[in-house]
Design a protein around this ligand. Structure first.
Ligand SMILES: *Cc1c(COP(=O)(O)O)cnc(C)c1O
Length: 408
């Protein structure tokens, strides 16, 4: 049983234009037209249907931690699939148990893990867990992004994402990100939780002032409220530490993970630290796929390679070098570089980031523009300085092109 009959997704010699045309007639139009149709990936590169190669500096939005087609992930997934692919949560599997233990060990705390298939579901589980405190008030932050399902959306800031879907789960207030005084004023003895990203990703890679998470911990503890850290984008080595909050020494109550955890295989986790691991009990929550053994081995393989290859140190090294090189360009349109490790935002003085991303794509680089004046880089954690340098070298030209196109 080989050949086309069993691989209908392998279109022979279909062009990008033909495939895009078919996409627009068959896939729901929630994302707008696709930028390219991609057919293959290897390491930090992907290829489109027309044979063009791209250096992937976005990694599927901070997802492909080990790049594309990593042999360890591939071997783990294929051998698990051949052994036992799925069992439901009526049953346990060794990979799921090992992954839960591993995540708790990396956090350095006791607790319990609920596995999901995505970031929004990890936050959804966390949201439900907060309700089990007996309180309903949630405090979130301006410009926060926590996902698109109804609960996660309720704590997401962007009014354009939320307003058409009202009513959402209520009792949510938003405070300025990074403003400890505003947080102290918003949290009271009826607050169930404060949910916050250690670095705001979709907002354009925005870091809070030093001491913010510590203050958030103090304020929430004072009122018996939970500190819920959304590390869906920042977790799993992305910032050069296992978790972005690690270096602060803050102990959160809930940590949510997803994006980079499975290096491309869909998996998320809601981790309840210490007593918070018992907020959700029998019958409180469920999932058919969450913690599936194939997804679990993908995550175990990802975590294993990050450790084996000392990628946390690598991420810090190449990430700092990247930020310094971009600053050294002293380009008049580049304001500064934000972020940590390999989660970086290049802040521009002009709102040309989307046009820079488009120009970059034409020259073989995948980046994105989370805001009109921010270019985001979130490459695979295995990216080399030499690969990053090719983008830094191209950047002044890309900005010039974007500016020219903006005025024509
Ligand atoms: C991407 C993201 C989510 C949502 O994850 P999905 O897998 O897209 O549902 C939630 N929180 C943060 C911080 C994210 O970056």
């Amino acid at each position: 049983m080989t050949g086309l009959a069993t691989t209908p997704h392998r279109d022979v010699a279909a062009t990008g234009a033909e495939l895009t045309e078919r996409y627009t007639h068959s896939v729901m139009n929630t994302f707008g037209p696709p930028q390219r149709v991609l057919v293959r990936g290897e390491g930090c590169y992907v290829w489109d249907a027309d044979g063009n190669r791209y250096l992937d500096l976005l990694a599927g939005i901070a997802v492909n931690s080990l790049g594309h087609g990593h042999p360890v992930v591939h071997a783990a997934v294929t051998s698990q699939l051949a052994t036992l692919g799925h069992v439901s949560n009526f049953f346990a599997t060794p990979p799921q148990i090992a992954l839960a233990e591993r995540l708790l060990a990396l956090l350095g705390h006791q607790g319990r893990v609920f596995f999901t298939n995505s970031g929004t579901e990890a936050n959804e589980a966390a949201f439900k867990a907060t309700r089990r405190t007996g309180r309903t008030k949630i405090v979130s932050t301006v410009n926060a992004f926590h996902g698109r399902s109804m609960g996660a959306l309720a704590v997401t800031w962007k009014p354009a994402y939320r307003e058409t879907f009202a009513p959402l789960p209520g009792d949510v207030t938003f405070v300025e990100y990074g403003d400890a005084a505003a947080l102290a004023a918003a949290v009271d003895d009826e607050t169930a939780a404060f949910v916050v990203e250690p670095i705001q990703g979709e907002a354009g890679v925005v870091e809070p002032p030093p001491g913010y998470l510590r203050a958030a911990r103090d304020i929430t503890s004072r009122h018996g409220a939970l500190l819920w850290l959304d590390e869906v984008q920042t977790g799993v080595g992305r910032t050069g530490a296992w978790f972005a909050h690690t270096e602060t020494g803050v102990v959160p109550d809930i940590v949510t993970l997803a994006k980079g955890l499975g290096s491309g295989f869909p998996i998320g986790a809601c981790i309840g630290v210490d007593a918070s691991g018992a907020l959700l009990g029998p019958g409180d929550h469920g999932t058919t796929f969450g913690g599936n053994p194939v997804a679990s081995v993908a995550a175990l393989a990802t975590l294993g390679v990050i450790k084996r290859d000392d990628l946390l140190a690598h991420v810090r090294r190449v990430g700092d070098r990247l930020a310094a090189q971009v600053a050294d360009l002293r380009h008049p349109v580049i304001n500064h570089v934000r972020g940590r490790g390999l989660l970086r935002g290049i802040a521009l003085y002009e709102p040309v980031a989307a046009r820079v991303a488009t120009a970059a794509l034409r020259q073989g680089f995948i980046v994105n523009a989370p805001t009109p004046s921010t270019i985001r880089l979130a490459p695979p954690l295995i990216v080399t300085s030499a690969q990053l340098d090719t983008f830094v070298d191209a950047l002044p030209d890309l900005i010039d092109i974007a500016q020219r196109e903006g005025t024509s």
